[in-house]
Design a protein. Structure first.
Length: 344
């Protein structure tokens, strides 16, 4: 068949340097330095790390135009948000629990009943991101709501028949990117971490599933919950653009009288660890998190975890050696490999 004179069935819209040279408005943030309009982001951590509660609190702060995690930053301030509608898609917790949690965070932040905090729980038909009809519907819904922050809980429940460890996850993440860019919403997907965490690798290796998940996002936030405590640490393991500070969060709550149901729930900030104490505590956290970890990987992970507050890697190595010599929390289980001291 002679196709030389046929029109191509597809015509891509090409851009040139004239487009690149056009003056652009500064990046607009829904949550300062964390979540930009039109961005794709993932928040992940182990089970019971309060990932959903943390993001529900963030949504309430955005809807109210309130600082998130007051007191979390070094200057004692919270993280600035831009007042905007928020949209929550629950595929995990069910309607009653979702009602209760959103009720609790909204009341804690004194949101009016008509405040633009919209949500759907266990929608029918189910949300399958690869279903074109649902993708089109969702984009229009986000536009109609004017939502500048959209949360999906969680990634593993919207992929249909696509297995999260397969290369096809790149297509799933591409669809999510389309939603974010076409609607200008900051899209946050909740996900899980691998069993065993990073297993001695770089911090971002704790993110469960195919490597295309991490590669596709603008920001990956890892949540670690102190064992048996209401304290969380939130740190970036992947950032495009501006540095994102590591922050601490403290869960506050009150039950309705005579019940175990939440009446009010909110997070306040905990100042991020600084100086030598930060090095020591981060070493202990990473050894605990990984179970066993080699010295070189431990030192590199400490520098990654502390981000802009990180000392030189040689100082970190010296701290590891000193803690080992003084038996301050870690011990050597084989040459150059460490684990926590078991308390008796």
């Amino acid at each position: 068949m002679d196709t030389d004179n046929e029109s191509p069935p597809i015509a891509w819209k090409l851009r040139t340097l004239a487009d690149a040279y056009q003056k652009r408005e500064p990046t607009r943030y829904v949550v300062d330095k964390f979540l930009a309009e039109g961005s794709l982001n993932v928040l992940y951590g182990p089970p019971a790390a309060m990932k959903s509660m943390l993001l529900a609190d963030l949504c309430a702060c955005v809807v109210g135009g309130l600082d998130w995690l007051p007191g979390a930053l070094p200057d004692g301030q919270g993280i600035v948000t831009t007042a905007a509608p928020a949209f929550w898609i629950d595929m995990d917790n069910g309607t009653r629990r979702t009602d209760e949690r959103i009720d609790a965070v909204a009341r804690a932040h004194n949101l009016a009943e008509d405040a633009p905090f919209h949500y759907v729980s266990m929608p029918h038909p189910p949300f399958n991101v690869a279903d074109l009809s649902i993708l089109i519907y969702l984009k229009q819904l986000i536009r109609d709501l004017g939502a500048k922050l959209t949360v999906i809980d969680n990634l593993g429940l919207i992929t249909g028949e696509i297995e999260e460890n397969s290369a096809a996850m790149a297509m799933v993440m591409g669809y999510l990117r389309q939603i974010a860019e076409d609607t200008k919403t900051a899209l946050v997907v909740i996900h899980h971490q691998r069993k065993g965490g990073a297993n001695g690798g770089r911090a971002g290796d704790a993110l469960r599933g195919h490597s295309s998940i991490e590669a596709s996002v603008d920001l990956a936030l890892h949540v670690v919950r102190e064992v048996g405590q209401d304290e969380l640490t939130v740190r970036s393991t992947k950032t495009r653009g501006v540095d994102v500070p590591t922050v601490g969060a403290l869960f506050n709550y009150r039950h309705a009288a005579g019940t175990n149901d939440l009446e009010r729930a909110w997070f306040s900030g905990k100042a991020a660890k600084r100086g030598d104490n930060a090095i020591r505590e981060t070493i202990l956290e990473l050894v605990d998190y990984n179970g066993e970890i080699a010295k070189t990987r431990l030192a590199q992970s400490v520098v990654e975890a502390l981000g802009q507050d990180a000392p030189g890697i040689n100082k970190v190595r010296s701290w590891i050696d000193d803690m080992l010599a003084k038996e301050q929390g870690i011990r050597e289980v084989q040459k150059g490999k460490y684990k926590l001291i078991e308390l008796t």
